[in-house]
Design a protein around this ligand. Sequence first.
Ligand code: SF4
Length: 611
Amino acid sequence: MSAFYKGAYMGKLLRVNLTDRTSSVEAIPEEWFKKLLGGRGLAAKYYYNEIGPEVDPFDAENKLIMMSGPLTGLTLPAATKFQFSTKAPETGHYLCSNSSGRIGTQLKKNGYDGMIIEGKADDWIYIKITADGVEFCDARDMAGENTDKVLEKLYKAVGSNRAGALAIGPAAEKLVRVSYVCVDTRAFGRGGGGAVFGSKKLKGVVVYGTGEIPAADPEKLKEIQKGTLPVLRETRGNHTKYGTAQYIQPINELGCMPTRNFQTTHFEGGDKVDHNFFYENYKISNYACDKCPVACGSVGEVKEGPYKGSKARTEYENIGLLGPNCGVDDFAAIIAANELCDKIGLDTMSGANLVALSMELFERGLITTDDTEGIEARFGSGEALLGMLRLIAERRGIGELLAEGMKGVEKARPEWKPYIVHVKGMSPAAYDPRGFYGHALTIGTSSRGACHNVGGWTIRDELQSGKYDRFALDGKGELVHTIQNNRAYIDSLGICTVVRGSMDFRANPHGETMFAATGYDFEPELMEIGNRIYNLERVILNREGIDRKDDILPDRFLKEVVPSGPIKGQQLTEEMYNRILDDYYSSRGWGKNGIVPDTAIDKCGLKDLTA
Ligand code: SF4
């Protein structure tokens, strides 16, 4: 090992081949850590090298790339994040996905920064990774089982519920393109990564390690960790009390809540689905990702009525999309639908948006009860919400088509395009872009489709910084570009974005924490590295045929005026959107066609990495 590996990095990658049931260990070039940090940056680099544009998501040549960051597993708050990359069944393109859970920490305790799983098994298996090595285990008895049951069996297989585990549900086995990967108590939710596991007949992975994760200066890290606690208590109290559900009320009042398949932006039943209503009637406990003092997770339980006994980990996005976007104001039904998705392995967000689409089609008479196996798929019906989610997960009736995702539906039924809401195949999170023009650019230019996380969450800046009017066009290109770079390096470090401020990992970071962790001075480079990672992702997307045409928002957002609510009459026209898109490309140094030119590749230090 060179002097670079004083701490935090293990320097090794575990490669597992499902076809011939072998594994090997290889060194990760030191230069890649220096230039791309780890996590999302390194996963993108392996994707660039190993998954070509010709590979279909369900080919044996598609791979499951998983990388921790340098801070993953260290004694720091919320240093629990882990990154996943694959070719996404939902979009057909590059996917990056970020999750908490113990898997990254446990892999590092076994001496690996990450792993790549490739090939295809001939029957259902799970992988067990411990100090004894890699074992390929029979999982035929797990086939058809829900994620919670699979997780239990995986923890049992290594004799510890402190192990890290990945599991898929029945929806992923049926290759539903919006199925997720369960990661302990969290998820790789978007993009349909679960279906890639399903295509490889991989039901789960469990990792348990006993080694130490080194740090260059453990005493300094402890001091930094101690200093973050009062900051988090002061700034993240509402996260602890209400979780992300706290955003439902303000977003609805601002007129930005997707309602009835994004047809309008204010939900009249908002006070029945907000954080206060949840807190008073359903919240039973908090839950936290590993070592996180914020514990922003909220568990809700239904105590009476038809959904009695349902229990789920509710989040803003799940509530907004299963609730208002399906017209449902019954919180008990939202919890039941959330629980159903978690267990059968369906991404709550994309699953909810597909149900919302089906409800609009039903109400317009474009599908009938003949297509829905008798379900009256009307907005507002909790029963229909749960029934349609089951149809999608089981590929029954119209669910067979919906299970192909928005892109698949649009390809099969182009005449439904006005009602199909997606960018690059991924449907949006619970913010209507007609209410925040920076957010419009975010979902248009996100590296994985209509995603507010990867694309850069601009909403706080657009509302609270005093620097931007949410309906202004000027400055939005630079804003989105900066936030995207910030998020790209945060996702590469291995910490949660919610706590980043407590360690000064903002747009002008100081590198004290990174120096204490690794012994290498990244300080002046973190934002540059974020920029490099975002450009690398765009180079991959360009190689897969993505350019300006794919950054354009769906008709619903650019051709329809908001018909009701606080921003009634608001319209983001195609001309306005094209203006901010030009502004964004120019601030990134990309061509007007959305392609990264050689000059930009050179400038951000990607030339060697993409040679
Ligand atoms: S802030 Fe929330 S999401 Fe982030 S690590 Fe803590 S519990 Fe997990």
